[in-house]
Design a binder for this molecule. Structure first.
Ligand code: FAD
Length: 318
C-alpha cells in the first residue's frame, strides 16, 4: 500500500486534533507516515501510532524553534524524498497552507487547499472543497506530481486505529533560506481559556445585533457553558467590539464546527463563506426575514438578550 505523508501539528509533543483527523483521511488513501518536527517530536509517536501512523519520522533542530516556515519545508521535503508518497496531507492552518504551498512548488506538484473530505480515486486521491462562499461543493484531483492537500479542521472524525508507529530519525539538510530570517521578539496572546476558533467543536458568534463590546459577555457566557470558541461577524469586528482574530467569514477565519450558533448576525454571503460547512447551524435573530434563516438547521426568532441568557442558564443546569 502506498505511503501517505501526514504533517504533524503539535505543541511540545501534544498532537493537535486536526492532525488526528488527517490520519483518518490518510488511511483511506494509503498508509500514514507522520512527520513530526521540533521540540517534543518523538513524544508524539504514541498518539500518532494509536491513530494509524505506521511510521513516525522525527527531526529536532534549533532551526525549528522559531516558528519559521522554511526549515519545516526543508524537513517535509526530506521526508518526501525519503518515502516517495502517494500524497502529502497538511492541516489547513495559516502555517500549514504556507508549508504545503512551498513544498508543492519545490517538488513541482499541484496543490489543493482547504479540502473538507478526501477519498481514494482510480487516478489518485479526490478532494472535496466548498467553494464560492460555500455555494458549491467541488471534487478535484491533482493531475501533476504528488498531490499536496491541506484539509480544514473538523473535516473528519478522529478514529482510533492502532498501528506500528515505528519512530525513525529524519535527516534534514537545511537550505540557506532556513536561517535567513530571525524572529526578534514574540508576544504571546493572552489566553482566554477557550478552544482555538478554527478547531473548536462548537462556535458561538455574535454580530451587529450584539450592539456593543460590553454585550459580548452574553455571547461569551453561552460559549463558556458549551466549552465553545467565540466568533464575530465583520460588522462587530469593524465596530471594535471583538478582535479581528475572532472574525468568521471571507476575510476572517473559516470554521467548520459540529455546532455553529449565530446571534444577531444577518447571514451576509461573506459571513456564510466562513461558516456554511458547519455541521449544525443555529441562528438567533429578531428579524424572521433575516437571510441567515435560509441556511439554519434550527432558528429562533427573538431578541438575543432574552434568548441567549435563557439558553445559557438551561445548558448550565444539564
Ligand atoms: P448586520 O447585517 O447588520 O445584521 C445584524 C443582524 O442582527 C440583523 O439581522 C438584525 O435583525 C439582528 N439583530 C439586531 N438586534 C438584535 C437582537 N437584539 N437580537 C437578535 N437579533 C438582532 N462579514 C463577515 O461577517 N465576515 C467576513 O469575513 C466578511 N468579509 C467581507 C468581505 C468583503 C469584501 C465585504 C464587502 C464584506 C465582508 N463582510 C464580512 C461584511 C458582510 O457583507 C456583512 O456586512 C456583515 O457580515 C454583517 O454583519 P452582521 O450580520 O453582524 O450585521
Amino acid at each position: 500500500m502506498a505511503e501517505v505523508l501526514v504533517y504533524v501539528d503539535h505543541v511540545d509533543g501534544a498532537v493537535r486534533k486536526p492532525t488526528l483527523e488527517l490520519l483518518t483521511l490518510a488511511r483511506r488513501i494509503g498508509e500514514p507516515v507522520a512527520v513530526a518536527l521540533g521540540s517534543g517530536a518523538e513524544a508524539t509517536a504514541a498518539t500518532l501510532a494509536e491513530h494509524g501512523a505506521v511510521k513516525v519520522l522525527t527531526a529536532d533542530a534549533p532551526e525549528f524553534a522559531d516558528y519559521l516556515v522554511v526549515p519545516k519545508v526543508d524537513a517535509l521535503q526530506a521526508a518526501y524524498e525519503a518515502t516517495s508518497p502517494a500524497a502529502v496531507l497538511v492541516p489547513s492552518s495559516a502555517e500549514g497552507k504556507e508549508i504545503a504551498a512551498r513544498l508543492a512548488v519545490r517538488i513541482g506538484s499541484g496543490i489543493i487547499t482547504d479540502a473538507i473530505d478526501l477519498e481514494a480515486g482510480d487516478e489518485g486521491p479526490v478532494a472535496t472543497q466548498s467553494v464560492f462562499a460555500a455555494a458549491f461543493t467541488t471534487k478535484s484531483r491533482v493531475s501533476k506530481g504528488t498531490p499536496v492537500i491541506t484539509v480544514k479542521p473538523n473535516s473528519a472524525p478522529v478514529e482510533a486505529a492502532p498501528a506500528a508507529g515505528a519512530v525513525e530519525a529524519l535527516a534534514v539538510t537545511f537550505g540557506s533560506a532556513a536561517t535567513g530570517t530571525k524572529i526578534v521578539s514574540r508576544t504571546p496572546r493572552e489566553s482566554t481559556g477557550r478552544p482555538e476558533l478554527t478547531e473548536a467543536a462548537i462556535v458561538v458568534s455574535g454580530g451587529r445585533g450584539v450592539n456593543g463590546a460590553e454585550n459580548f459577555s452574553v455571547i461569551e457566557a453561552l460559549a463558556d457553558s458549551l466549552g465553545a470558541a467565540v466568533g464575530a461577524s465583520r460588522a462587530a469586528v469593524d465596530a471594535g467590539w471583538y478582535p479581528h482574530s475572532n472574525q468568521v467569514g471571507q476575510t476572517g477565519k473559516s470554521v467548520s464546527p459540529q455546532l455553529y450558533i449565530a446571534s444577531g448576525i444577518s447571514g451576509a454571503i461573506q459571513h456564510r463563506a466562513g461558516m456554511q460547512t458547519s455541521k449544525t447551524i443555529v441562528a438567533i435573530n429578531k428579524d424572521a426575514e433575516a437571510p441567515i434563516f435560509d441556511l439554519v438547521d434550527y432558528g429562533v426568532v427573538g431578541d438575543l438578550f432574552e434568548v441567549v441568557p435563557q439558553l445559557t442558564e438551561e445548558i448550565k443546569t444539564r
